[in-house]
Design a protein around this ligand. Structure first.
Ligand code: GAL
Length: 964
């Protein structure tokens, strides 16, 4: 790294892609110069690999067009015996779960959706959930299926709903789910309607139910899909690719679970083809299976691979197994990314990947972000992960629950080692099913190296706890015996009975003082720190102010059970038998405000804040974790008006071994710098340039610089992306900061900024301040210690996404990102609900014309038949009259404006009565349409029809209602 030239670098344009507000600046060209470490990694990036391939091409996205109602919809209980009888019948759900419920005045939302992230902060609301009221909410969505979809297997898939929910399809309750973290997959084939008929999904979400002690959000916060598969298909999560190395050669045993909704047995040919990243075929195999009607069957194929390129953290090479399951009349297909790697936890030497020791340099993550809560767009998730990768992080613990589908796919592609964690510690059937789902859904991901059955359970030192873990471990191993099982313990390590006795790897949450004793007593048990650190920092603050709930970012404060970033890693790094650690936490998260509560609403634990802006911990971790290039960091910034002549303490962090500090060109210190602990230097403040030079062999190999900024004069906007995909899904975050007259970032600016967007939608805003109660929605946000963030989704299609920022007294900024034309993911559009009258009561046949007022007696469930139109009487050998009674669904528009009632075709001589008044007569028996005007509020229909002999009677087509 020799030959680094000293250059004058101006501030504006530091973040490439920003519209120049200042005179043109010299662009940064050498990656080993860290100009203003406060802006680490915020420059626009090329596409991170977030646009994930369709692993299941049968799926259609159902993200758009949901009607949302905040609050419960309470309807009175059934009043009569008859209503009660009907209310418990299939398809007859009541209230907002009913097909016919009028949702026309519910706002339309798009999922991922987290209604809690739009809530104000309320002192009485739950502290752990970040003082945000959550409550109950309802969602509804109407869609139609083509006639050609009859006979297919139709599965509705929710990636995640926070928290407990009930789901109805066409008025039948099809799922009750208690966890926010597992996918909900529902076979809706028997309920589905085709052609002109509506299908209605209704979801009641109870977000008052808690599963965690952190912010969990509220609503349908992950994607929703409809899988439309052939009658014999590959089950969801029904492919298990399990690469194995045997005698120096790789094999992929592939197990495929097939299922059938068909009426006949089928012989299915299953083909598995392994392809490399360039699409070249590497191996192929075939098997056959017989699948009985409504049955399941397994097919097994083993692919001989030989010596593939291995998957690793540095080179996460992925292959793909394409599986087809076909018979004469149908075919289903799945693509499963796979990676070839060996993993091993060694009790003496820690973790090995491909037989090489790799220390787990990990972070724990919750799944929320500023502005959007838990409804994180995939592109934002990719950016979050890229931030961690840049820092040298190589491992992530999913604390304390499964993350989204995209998360694991991204970890495979970016190269993270993942500890995947189960939420509820309980082997009862419902929770065991959640654990089994976790393993089945994720076991093909090469990134996952460890399953965790719990986090910190008070029963960890009891016989009951041991029995529970024993069962849960067995359930995991039955589905995947290729990875060890752990449990994140926070004590009981030395108790006579404790769960370390029944896991493969012991997880230590904190308690570094017990590493050595435990290892000495159990020399054959591998251990890892599963959680550590819990240090506190407010991003951009360099002095603590307990009264203001501000904590210095100089790595001085930590929870009583935790340690600073430097102390925590020192304990882990120096013990080879500790496989690694997982910092609590990578990102700040809403909720669990510690050590302060109200008005503090989020955590201080993150290495980066809620927006992903770097705290000093980011530099500390870079020095500790990056080993393939020299890095250096320096804190605090160098803008301290009024502190001239006073001593300032600096923390210099570097992996180079030695650092030199220059103030305005003069060397003010040179000393050794421990990569873990950094170097503390004190110097007298004078405005200008402070530089930290990292030295190796006397040569400068990296440099970090802060410059004293003047007063803010202009705003600046910097997108996180160089270009966006015009698929209607892609998202960029824009960093908002202020620059001074020379174009330098002003780290103390706190302007309140108003934002405007062209060809996009603001999804949310943030600034990383744990004490801010500003709304995370809307178009205004204050900078906090110099920074704010706006998250924007680009409109579909080619063009340019532009964001404008303005604030009183500052020059405005504008930044744009080109948006490329790409096809949107396949989606099933929401349909406008049609008002139909489909369910009727039909009287017995009467020889004489009956009184149109005749109706079934309360309690008569049998004499008057229940019929669903189209319906025509089959017994027309004798002339006779029947009455068909139906009810017009309640609709606000109908009640106020009236409308029309249209029968496609009525067969037989007929009289139509509405609310006891004759509306129209049909004198001829041939099937013909009937249309009448409806007065506002019209409800009851009585259709008298006369049949036979040989003349059918009834309602031969659809019955529609339109409103005026
Ligand atoms: C741990 C716990 C985490 C978080 C953390 C805060 O005990 O596992 O979820 O609460 O403490 O320090």
């Amino acid at each position: 790294m020799s030959g680094l030239r000293r250059r004058e670098v101006l501030g504006a344009g530091l973040i490439a892609g920003t519209l120049p507000l200042m005179p043109p600046a010299v662009a940064r060209t050498a990656s080993d110069v860290e100009e203003s470490p406060l802006l680490h990694g915020l420059a626009p990036r090329d596409d991170t690999p977030w646009a994930l391939p369709q692993h299941d091409p049968s799926r259609l996205l159902l993200d758009e067009g949901w009607r949302f109602h905040e609050g419960d919809v309470v309807v009175p209980p059934p009043a009569s015996h008859h209503e009660t009888y009907l209310s418990v019948k299939a398809g007859n759900a009541r209230g907002a779960a009913a097909m016919a419920w009028d949702d026309s005045d519910w706002p339309v939302v798009r999922v991922p959706h987290d209604w809690a992230s739009a809530q104000p902060f309320v002192r009485e609301a739950n502290v752990s959930q970040g003082y945000r009221p959550r409550g109950i909410g309802w969602y509804r969505r109407t869609f139609r299926l083509a006639e050609a979809d009859r006979g297919k297997r139709l599965e509705l898939q929710f990636g995640g709903v926070a928290t407990a929910c009930q789901i109805w399809i066409n008025g039948s309750l099809v799922a009750r789910n208690s966890s926010a973290y597992n996918a909900i997959n529902i076979d809706i084939t028997p309920f589905a309607r085709f052609g002109e008929e509506d299908n209605v999904i209704a979801v009641r979400v109870d977000a008052d139910a808690l599963e965690g002690w952190w912010y969990e959000g509220a609503g349908i916060y992950r994607h929703v899909w409809l899988a439309r598969r052939s009658g014999v298909s590959i089950a969801t999560d029904g492919v298990h690719c399990d690469p194995r190395l045997v005698d120096g050669r790789w094999w992929v045993p592939v197990t495929v679970t097939l299922e059938s909704v068909e009426k006949l047995a089928r012989t299915v040919t299953v083909t598995a083809v392994l392809r490399d990243g360039a699409g070249r075929e590497v191996a192929r195999g075939e098997a056959h299976a017989q699948v009985e009607p409504l049955g399941r069957a397994e097919a097994r194929v083993t692919l001989e691979v030989g010596n593939p390129a291995l998957w690793s953290v540095e080179t996460p090479t992925l292959y793909e197994v394409e599986i087809t399951a076909g018979h004469l009349d149908g075919m289903d297909l799945r693509r499963v990314p796979v990676g070839f790697r060996t993993i091993r936890f060694d009790a003496e030497k820690g973790f090995f990947l491909n037989d090489k020791p790799v220390k787990l340099k990990g972070v724990c993550l919750h799944q929320d972000h500023a502005g959007v809560g838990v409804a994180i767009p995939d592109a934002l998730l990719a950016w979050r992960l890229a931030r961690l990768k840049d820092m040298g992080c190589n491992a992530i613990r999913c604390s304390h629950n499964a993350q989204s589908e995209a998360f694991y796919a991204l970890c495979d592609r970016i190269g993270f080692l993942v500890m995947d964690e189960n939420r509820v510690f309980n082997p009862a059937p419902e929770n065991m099913a959640q654990l089994e789902w976790l393993v089945r859904a994720h076991r093909n991901h090469p990134s996952i190296v460890l399953w965790s059955v719990f986090n910190e359970e008070p029963m960890q030192g009891t016989t009951q706890g041991v029995e529970m873990v024993r069962r849960m471990r067995a359930a995991v191993r039955a589905l995947d015996d290729s990875r060890p099982v752990t449990a994140a313990m926070n004590g009981a390590f030395h108790d006579p009975v404790n769960v370390s006795q029944v896991v493969d790897v012991v997880g230590f949450n904190y308690y570094p003082g017990d590493f050595d004793r435990f290892h000495a007593e159990h020399p054959d048990l591998p251990i890892t720190s599963s959680e550590d650190t819990s240090a506190f920092m407010t991003r951009g603050a360099y002095a603590s102010d307990p009264a203001g709930h501000v904590i210095t970012s100089m790595d001085k404060e930590a929870a009583a059970w935790g340690a600073t970033h430097r102390d925590a890693w020192r304990e882990i790094a120096r013990r080879p038998f500790v496989a690694g650690g997982f910092v609590w936490t990578g990102f700040d998260y809403h909720g669990e405000p510690t050590p302060y509560d109200w008005p503090t609403i989020s955590s201080y634990f993150g290495i980066v804040d809620l927006c992903g802006f770097a705290k000093t911990a980011y530099d500390i971790r870079r020095a500790q974790w990056i080993d393939d290039r020299p890095v250096v960091g320096i804190a605090p910034h160098w803008t301290w008006p009024g502190r001239e002549g006073q001593e300032i303490e600096l923390l210099v962090t570097s992996n180079a071994g030695r650092v030199r500090l220059r103030l305005n060109g003069r060397v003010v210190a040179e000393q050794d710098c421990d990569p873990i602990m950094g170097a503390t230097v004190r110097t007298i403040y004078e405005p200008g340039v402070i530089e930290a030079e990292a030295l190796r062999g006397g040569e400068v190999v990296a440099r970090a610089i802060h410059r004293t900024a003047g007063k803010p004069v202009a705003l600046r906007l910097t997108p996180t992306r160089k270009s966006l995909r015009g698929d209607g899904e892609d998202v960029a975050a824009f960093t908002v900061d202020c620059v001074d007259a020379r174009g330098l970032h002003v780290p103390t600016a706190d302007a309140r900024v108003r934002l405007g967007v062209v060809r996009g939608t603001v999804l949310g805003l943030g600034n990383g301040d744990p004490n801010s109660h500003e709304s995370e929605k809307g178009n205004e946000r204050s900078l906090f210690n110099g920074l704010a963030q706006v998250i924007v989704r680009a409109d579909a299609g080619e063009g340019s996404l532009a964001v404008e920022a303005s604030a009183p007294g500052l020059r405005s900024a504008r930044a744009s990102v080109p948006v490329r034309q790409v096809s949107p993911p396949p989606a099933l559009a929401a349909a406008l609900p049609r008002i139909v009258v489909a369910d009727w009561r039909c009287s017995p046949a009467y020889a004489e014309r009956p009184d149109p007022a005749l109706r079934p007696a309360d309690g008569d469930n049998n004499l008057w038949a229940f019929v669903r139109t189209p319906w025509v009487a089959a017994d027309d050998t004798q002339p006779g009259w029947r009455i068909l009674r139906g009810v017009i669904p309640a609709r606000r528009a109908l009640a106020t404006r009236g409308g029309q009632l249209q029968f496609d075709r009525v067969a037989g001589v007929a009289e139509l009565w509405i609310d006891g008044a004759l509306a129209v007569r049909k004198g001829t028996p041939d099937p013909a349409p009937m249309t009448v005007a409806l007065k506002p509020g019209a409800r009851e229909i009585a259709l008298l029809v006369r049949s036979g002999p040989g003349v059918p009677s009834g309602i031969a087509g659809a019955v529609r209602v339109t409103t005026n």
